[in-house]
Design a protein around this ligand. Sequence first.
Ligand code: CUO
Length: 686
Amino acid sequence: RPHEPVYVPKGNKQVVLDVPTNYLPEKYQPVASEIFSRVGTSSETSIPIKQIAIPDLSLPLSLGRRDGFSLFLPAHQKMASNLVEIFLGMRTVEDLLSLAAYCRDRINSQMFVYALSIAILHRPDTKNLPIPQLSEIFPDKYMDSSIFNRAKEEANVMPTGSRIPIEIPLDYTATDADPEHRVAYWREDIGINLHHWHWHLVYPFSGPMVVVNKDRRGELFYYMHHQILARYNAERLCNNLPRVRRLTNLRDPIPEAYFPKLDQIVAGRSWPARPAGYSLSDLDRKSDQLKIDLADLERFRDRIFDAIHTNSVRNNAGSTVRIDEKTGIDVLGNMVEASILSPSRTFYGDLHNLGHLVIAYCHDPDHRYLESFSIMGDSTTAMRDPVFYRWHAFIDSLFTEYKDSLPAYTLQQLVFPGVSVSNIRINTSGANPNTLNSHWTKSDIDLSRGLDFTPRGSIFARVQHLNHDFYTYTITANNSNNKEVLGTVRIFITPKFDETGRQLTFNDQRMLMIEMDKFTVPLSRGQNIINRMSNESALTIPFEATFRNVDENRPDEGDFQSFDEFNYCGCGWPQHMLVPKGTKQGYPMDMFVMISNYELDRVNQADSRGCRDGVSFCGLRDLKYPDTQSMGFPFDRVARVGVNSLHDFLTPNMNLQQITVRFNDVIKPRLSYKKQTNESASASLT
Ligand code: CUO
């Protein structure tokens, strides 16, 4: 929007940045006075922008403002890293704001948002600023463009406050003639895609060291994506689909098609589709400075396998370094992704990232049709495509190969002396205990930040998504020690039967374990009853972090009066997707609860002062990952000898409960937080 000044929403107000004339793009500078008089500024509505000496931006400026931007492209990584470094290097917030105002209408818009978001998240003076969800800045990455024309029409006709949200149908990318479409509601969920984008913002694989080098980032790359796959597989089983097949042979045609039906408004183009049966091929795209052979990927894969099998890695200096049980998975995560913390990006390459690229360019590998990458080339959209899971299932199998080479946990590592778990239960307001209930809900997203129209003001899109009834866990634990002890409660659920209806083996159930929650509890002597609410989960971020429901229309729903009041970090699994869909008949799953000894789990560090939402997937800002156990413990390793079932696996500090996940095919409104909490009180009394 080169003709408009920069708007920074503040609460519900829109504020004009009062920029120096030479900050406007060159072609608008001669008419600056006209523009400024049209917008009008006053001390109430405008922020004066200080004139600074603009640093050298030639590298990030070398990408066209409207071109596609992909972090997976090494050339784009370099530009973005440079811009992140420049933003991080600005002395004060005032200088940062000034530079951002200068860049906004010049730099590639997606690179600009990416680099500025990373800088805001990592600068000590801005890290507590909430960054707006990407669905509000680039709604075109989440919904088809016909919505935007309807939104503009609505904005033209109706004043703010009376505008009717634009309904987005649940089924718009395909039909059930394609079996894969049965889980499209999950792949295309806005909250899930926002989580993925946010995770990669918090854990970028390249950029300044201070941004990349975080505690156990390689291991978290493995674990977070492993959990995504476990959840996706459970969702597939609920929908009568087999577990996802690994993309092991890069030369086989890919039967799973995807037609995204998204348009990039700024670039003025549609995302390319991938029809069924496309094959991958070598890439040679000069304008992207990209030349990759499939054989390169195969070589990197073989070298990684070699590292796993020999328990040692080669570093950039050419020497061999042993990997150990504690840190091996972290080294491998960085090596496979690959991040700049890889022992050697020359030797082990960039396997996962390049895989995204060869898939993203398979429709135009040599650029003869001047086509850009498909949605697999962008972490904001990649999870919509079925092939994402096939590629990540392959990546995950490398980590499994390594994990399976480690010794099983001994009984000593699993038991918690003196502590036993005698009962575990799920309570809801419904009649059936141990039942999780899912349904549909409709929620709103404010499009006005990401669309250019007048008169301005909020305009909402209304999306239908999976949701679940609020519930609580009740855990009965006994402590026969002579003193109070601290325990870590670890809750998982896993499917019971495979795609053919056969009971899953222990090893298969282990691989499908979905983490639901993890928290610390004091256990006093004798019996303890622990109650925990579903919306307290260590995985999730609250509903309000994903959606911006029209509070003025539903005063009852307004738990939090303003966005800013609600202090959250945007990274974390969306609360509305905590529970799998289940089935109408009721889908059987096993719930597993373990209380481990906190003395063995504890990480000695200061308390976190920021938000703790989404910690299992996203860690704590500026702190270590708050659990010394390997991520996925106790299911990240093969079982000890003699364990053939989950039952066999149990030690006294663990317990098991069969649960049912029942889907009710209706649209239910979301209960407010207060109502949920009231329900919880009555549910735990019953
Ligand atoms: Cu998150 Cu492949 O790493 O997208």
